[in-house]
Write a protein that binds this ligand. Structure first.
Ligand code: C5P
Length: 244
């Protein structure tokens, strides 16, 4: 599959066309941004870690019945994905308070949420991805009621599956962000699933193994991404070259 014209460059990834009009190549960069790109930096080998972690998690989720845009991993930093039209919404599911929810409601971090909290955000860098509800979405025509129901149920399926996956690896899944796209009349899970888009705390010690190490200048950022990759891949991590 040849890499064609660059379609789009985002903060952490680049999308290229391929020989197949229905398939794109998603390339993962080492660039890191936080606080709506006010903070910028580089996390060495982040692209390799996030590509491999996303590939493994999309494959795992497909096995659990979640339909995703993932086609296959091509190399260390790229994967083939179906060419979806991204729904301009970001879903957040929170199992433990942290980040935005702690700030919004003045609640300390680390409190287990029962039931988990589901949030819609409007995908807009200019507006800082504001928190919205179903009525905002329907009134603006960003998605249909049927699509919202589908995205919500798929998101909870992802939460159940990923919570169990990380629990086995002694990691607490604190929260995460998902994006979905339309492809031939169906809704597919899209974008990436990585320590850039999830909060992951080591079970017991609550050591942060995610982008909060970069956001909050906690140090050992690269080591945290590599540790997540190691735990996600399990025995297969023996074969990891560049990310060691
Ligand atoms: O900042 P906040 O607490 O709302 O983030 C919730 C989750 O969504 C975190 O895991 C964060 O990494 C992720 N997120 C993201 N992209 C954004 C905003 C948040 O991946 N634009």
């Amino acid at each position: 599959m040849n890499r064609g014209k660059q379609l789009y460059e985002g903060k952490a990834k680049i999308l290229y066309e391929t020989d197949d009009p229905e398939v794109l190549l998603q390339y993962f960069k080492d660039d890191a941004t936080a606080f709506n790109a006010q903070k910028r930096g580089t996390i060495v080998d982040k692209g390799v870690c996030n590509n491999r972690i996303s590939a493994a998690l999309f494959t795992y989720l497909e096995g659990k019945g979640v339909r995703t845009h993932f086609v296959k991993q091509v190399d260390d930093r790229s994967m083939l994905v179906k060419r979806v039209a991204i729904v301009p919404l970001e879903v957040t599911i929170r199992n433990i308070t942290a980040g935005g929810m702690s700030r919004l409601l003045g609640i300390e971090e680390g409190i287990v949420l029962t039931p988990p909290v589901f949030e819609w955000h409007y995908k807009s860098d200019a507006l800082g991805d504001p928190l919205i509800n179903d009525d905002h979405i329907l009134s603006q025509g960003w998605a249909t009621a049927q699509e919202l129901a589908r995205i919500r149920s798929e998101s909870f399926k992802v939460n159940d599956a990923l919570k169990a996956f990380f629990n086995e690896r002694k990691i607490d899944l604190v929260d995460f962000k998902l994006e979905f796209g339309r492809f031939k009349g169906t809704i597919l899970l899209a974008d990436e699933i990585s320590p850039d888009t999830m909060r992951l705390w080591e079970h017991g010690t609550r050591t942060k193994l995610d982008k909060d190490r970069f956001r909050r200048d906690l140090g050992d950022v690269e080591a945290a991404y590599k540790e997540v990759l190691r735990r996600v891949l399990g025995e297969k991590s023996q074969a990891v070259g560049a990310a060691q």
